[in-house]
Design a protein around this ligand. Sequence first.
Ligand code: XIL
Length: 596
Amino acid sequence: MATLATSAFGLLAVGTAPSALAASGTLGQLAAAQGRYFGSATDNSELNDSPYTAILGSEFNSITPANSMKWDAVEPQQGQFNYTNGDAIVSFAQSHNQKVRGHTLVWHSQLPSWVSNLPSSQVQAAMENHIAKEAGHYKGKVYAWDVVNEPFNDDGSYRTDAFYNAMGKDYIATALKAARAADPSAKLYINDYNIDGTGAKADAMYQLASDLKKQGVPLDGIGFQGHLAIQYSVPSNIQQNLQRFADLGLDVAFTELDVRMQLPSDSTKLATQADYYRQVTNACLAVSRCVGMTVWDFTDKYSWVPNTFPGEGAADLYDDNLQIKPAYTAVSNALGGSGGGGGGDTTPPSAPSGLTVTGTTATSVSLKWTASTDNVGVTGYDVYRGSTKVGSATSTSYTDTGLTASTTYSYTVKAKDAAGNTSAASSAVTATTQSSDGGGGNPGTGAAKVQYKNNDTSPTDNQIKPGLRVVNTGSSSLDLSKVTVRYYFTGDSGATTFTASCDYAAIGCGNITQKIVALSSPKAGADHYLELGFTSAAGSLAANANTGDLQIRINKTDWSNFSETDDYSYATNTSYADTTKVTAYVNGTLAGGIEP
Ligand code: XIL
């Protein structure tokens, strides 16, 4: 069982630290100084994100698996138990001296259908077996279990799930007893949402809790999920509500705190959100049996909110880039801290080394460097062009775009950590963008090819409709005004004059020219070609880039039918594929494809 880190801040009075005494410390350390824990939910896939785990492992002294101890994860088929993901979370916690809140044994949601499909006479045995096995597996490893999650409807009536339908409300006492038998030292909780303030649902939970206590059922705590939203008011009387449960002899805790908002966020909303977090933290600190708080993940990067409440988000203490938000500062301050983030860490990361240029085009420079190290963890890098910060990266590479051709730029990179410490700058590198004419005034170096698809459903109607796109296969930028493309066809009978038009071009039909040229000596499948060109406003193509879709149409001036299937450039593919039968030229020299 992980224990809380010993606190260095034990002299601060609960909730009353004047700012002059504001302590530096992580949220976990500050809470520990108040005899509490501060935790976060986490999920297995997130454990591969090292800037994230640097914060998870240092800032929090409790974690809750967001999904990996739920019934569908642990016993997806009856009697088949899988603890792999839950064990990974426990192991992370153990190596970071963190408590684990086990979540959750009995819940209507994320419940495999085999449970809901059982005859009701078999549900109790299945539930008791699930609890015995899972709580037995984690015996001694979890600090607390959310034994029963979300038993109530919002009006305070019991939720009629598989367990209630089979056993009535007694399923709750039965589940608690089974959990106690499986792990006698774990604190056993009932957990729910919309019970944070007083109201019908909180009253129903209060009635249940006091009945269970009277009956001697093993119940140790009530979990208040704390899924709040700034468009609704702060729950009323949070402190008094927590206190009445505490007065029953129960621990209380915020177990899934987050404060969502309608997106986009702005500074006003973020300040309101910070105030909600502050009020919840203060309410917990004012109740001696409020043992701790858990946020339902600490960063917007991994919040469950956008998936569940469309249009809402930004609910957490850190933003998508793992930078602290006003809400973090509010919680830290409420816990008696300085609000700075990163637990008073003042050690900056090492300067990034090995900064090199990995590529240039006429308009961009790509960079990579070697990762910095940090005493807590590197959360990202800032990239500077001269003295201007041009962007940030969480990996060790970056491409600076929107540059001018044939221009030399100088770059440096700095690393940063969660506390906002910034490293010294790396050594500078310079990079010169390529010339915009295909390279060094020697346009022949830009190689091009054409990709084709057939946009025409009928090869015998009065139009030919090729979809074309030009790809720069060279390593330098390609000036499109120097590029032409030829599509070969036969005019068949009827008029020998043609019209070509552009139906759509990703780069704009106005940037394309079309003409039809008769071959002086016709070839098999080709007595004419359509020649596409580009205006200078079409710009240039970076290496490997393409023009995007060019949808072209050819018709005869008398609108008589073609017979396309024997045309040299014709093919039947309806999505883009390389073709050698539509040719590309740079400055009039064949660059891609084979002429008929
Ligand atoms: C959420 C998880 O965060 C999501 O990843 C999952 O898709 C759905 O469940 N109340 C609870 C939590 O008790 O288990 C829920 O977690 C959020 C609401």
